[in-house]
Design a protein around this ligand. Sequence first.
Ligand code: WT7
Length: 663
Amino acid sequence: MPEEQDVELEARLADQERFVPSESFVSQANVSDDSVYETFEEEWPECWEQAADLLDWNEEYDTVLDDSNPPFYEWFTGGELNASANCLDRHLDERGDEAAIEWVGEPTDEENRTYTYEELHREVNEFAAALKEMGVGEDDVVTMYMPMIPELPIAMLACARIGAPHSVVFAGFSADALATRMNSADSEYLVTCDGYYRRGDALEHKAKADEGLGGVEHEVSDVVVVDRLGDDYDHPMGENHRDYDDLVADHAGAEVEPVSRDAEDMLFLMYTSGTTGQPKGVKHTTGGYLAWTAWTSQAVLDIKPEDTYFCSADIGWITGHSYIVYGPLSLGTTTMMYEGTPDHPEQDRLWEIIEEYEADQLYTAPTAIRAFMKWGSEYPDKHDLSSLRLLGTVGEPINPRAWKWYYKHIGGEDCPIIDTWWQTETGGMMVTTLPGVKDMKPGSAGPPLPGVDVQVVDTDGEQVEPGRAGHLTVQKPWPGMLRTLYQNDERYVEEYWAEYSDTDSDDPDDWVYFPEDGAKIDEDGYITVLGRVDDVLNVSGHRLGTMEIESAIVGVEGVAEAAVVGGNHDVKGEAVYAYVITEDGYEEGDEMRDRIVEGVEDAIGPIARPEAVVFTPELPKTRSGKIMRRLLEDVANGEELGNTSTLRNPEIVSEIASKVGDD
Ligand code: WT7
């Protein structure tokens, strides 16, 4: 950002700690009455009927919450519904000709695609018919390995229509990651594509999918391939591979009755990183999840059917599932999809899209905002962004300076910002201001949503004093919560509940959910999330397990041992630092470094690529043999080294530090 502007912004906004939503926003907000907090508390859990009421049910539920077997909570039990019917069919009468999806491809000379609700409904039905014909039945897990192309939400909704849970694997993940997830879910069907465009290049995705299929241990029945690249890539087709366009054409005009799913039936699986090497298969169900995403989309994103809403996330992550696909479509609004990156062909691509489509909301990540800041305000300044009414962020803490830049240069000091804390596991937003009700405090996500019971506690589970750091906990269940880890109830209890619950009790009051984040709370009950307290990194808003990366590195020939920690990074938030010990006879150096980077990309994907690989003869270890990660983090951040007296090998720390300095 040019210097004078920077100075001016600093001067005017720097000291401001509280921002009041504008009168013009409040007067039109979906929720603008403060009393909702009190009513929801008094009427909990029945308050969540309000969320369920946003949906169409085939069969009314009899119980809002069944908490007889904690932590295996059930919501809206006895109810039946279909997610695809809620996202499509019920909007046809009034919004059939309105856009459901506005898709923008990365190449600027390509025509964008609009799917009206009518058109989306038609194609979802046709593809659902094709899936059925392939033999996909209720509860068969269908894997999708696709980038941001319209066929991804179409395939998701087609699965939802026939009651087949989907498991979407982020397209940037590696072939190995695809295989691991298909194996874990026993998934016999894959929907993928030939490739996609990224910063002007045609990426050949199909080869990666094929490689992944090679690692699947069971028989894969069918592979559907979308032809995204046309003549740019003549992709090979295997024997059980089918062309998406042919399938849809073969089922032109088909109609598939949406199956009535039990509220607690699985809608989808989403794998996420944890502390062990094995990713966790988070299970979300139909009723609670859809009610949660619909309610939060309405109350927090302030979505109205006539809006054009833009979330810049990828559908391969939970943000895209909840807030590009299910939440917005269940409300009948227009949701945008952009295939490419914000800096292609120029660093104003998002602003150009927002101007052209007159987007009402923008929901993005702090890492993107930090990049926008770095590129400079001249890029948004070139465009008319006055259509925007609300801004949002998600994925990691946002520092006040980035918040204020977003507020001024994108929101024109007129749009409330929602800083939303949640996780793959929570299904949707948990802690954030209601934009039409609460003041904003940059750097703090805000109070928990109405009906959400979040507390910051110490290691004994007691609430901490305002201003003190503690652990973020959720004290009561909520409809959007994960139900378990796929086929692993034990790990579910272990990972999320064991820390603060009396696991022998069947009293729900004895059960507390621990998301593994640190936080503090202020006198007004506003929560500042400090970050993960487990061995999980947050790189550009993406969760990466250090163990996963370490095991990838140890798998590289010539590596004896590795330790991975997060170092500060001005755009990514955290970056991967790998400390590596080589085996005797292997040379440290560029060749080894390249093979390590490649090993990580092959096992996980380019998002996990180490920022630095530091060779060392030893790792700093305590006398009991534990790696002192804190010290490795200090080294990565070039910080003063903490106490090394408990180490078996204290001299190694300064030796490593001098190597990082050279890097
Ligand atoms: C982790 C969850 C939520 C969808 C995208 C990421 C961090 C998320 C915030 C926020 C501070 C945040 C937490 C959380 N996180 N939102 N507003 N402020 N930290 O989903 O991959 O499941 O990661 O992201 O550490 O535990 P995820």
